[in-house]
Unconditional design. Structure first.
Ligand SMILES: Cc1cc2nc3c(=O)[nH]c(=O)nc-3n(C[C@H](O)[C@H](O)[C@H](O)COP(=O)(O)O)c2cc1C
Length: 206
């Protein structure tokens, strides 16, 4: 199962166009996927109560906030491959990612005696793809932003391994920005990578 996580707040923006192109191509290949737009979920701030981190062991902690985060975590853990499609905002992934990272404390054990949390060893290894869109040229994203570092914080507890990154630049303006020839070539590469991941996952589950 592929899960596509679109972090853009903008309806019909470039991330929406990109994710729809990915889902159309996956439909054509009869691939199984889930497409989630974080702007349609209710994900509230972590209130730092730490109760989810008190129990030792690899079982995820329980968060008492009543919103969509636990279901999102379950969906992510049930995936073979997670695609994160995200705008670059203020030289980083957008604030919804930071909120999700704090809520992912359920993945950590942190007793009062410990100086730092320990990430639980939950779930199975998952493949990952990070896609960013930005006003700046794509090649500057790894050089001038914290996007990949923030993505690694998200990837580690979920056991996302072997991530590939794709950066679409010059996407800062109108919502109806068309796909350039280069964009289509990068999209082809993403689909090939996804197909390769899924066939590997099928081999592993047989
Ligand atoms: C609040 C805000 C901050 C932004 N910060 C950056 C930035 O630091 N670097 C950059 O290249 N683009 C920046 N952008 C441009 C967005 O990355 C661009 O609009 C987005 O990737 C387009 O995707 P969307 O159409 O799905 O929203 C910013 C846009 C907004 C609204």
């Amino acid at each position: 199962m592929i899960t596509i996580l679109n972090l853009s707040q903008r309806v019909n923006g470039f991330n929406d166009t990109l994710c729809s192109s990915i889902t159309n191509l996956l439909d054509a290949q009869h691939q199984n996927y889930r497409y989630i737009k974080t702007r349609e979920l209710k994900i509230t701030f972590c209130n730092n109560c730490r109760s989810c981190m008190k129990s030792p062991g690899d079982q995820l902690g329980v968060c008492y906030l009543d919103d969509d985060m636990s279901h999102l975590v379950e969906t992510l853990l049930a995936s073979d491959c997670i695609v994160v499609s995200s705008p670059i905002n203020c030289y980083d992934l957008p604030s919804i990612m930071k909120i999700m990272l704090e809520r992912m404390s359920v993945f950590c054990y942190w007793s009062d005696e410990m100086y730092a949390p320990k990430v639980r060893n939950s779930g199975k290894d998952i493949w990952g793809i990070l896609i960013t869109t930005s006003a700046m040229p794509g090649f500057l994203v790894p050089l001038t932003t914290k996007a990949r570092k923030t993505y690694r914080l998200f990837a580690k507890p979920l056991r996302i391994k072997n991530s590939s990154c794709y950066h679409f630049g010059f996407k800062g303006r109108a919502i109806d920005m068309p796909f350039s020839g280069r964009d289509s070539r990068v999209l082809d590469k993403i689909i090939k990578k996804l197909t390769a991941y899924i066939s590997k996952a099928e081999v592993l589950t047989v």
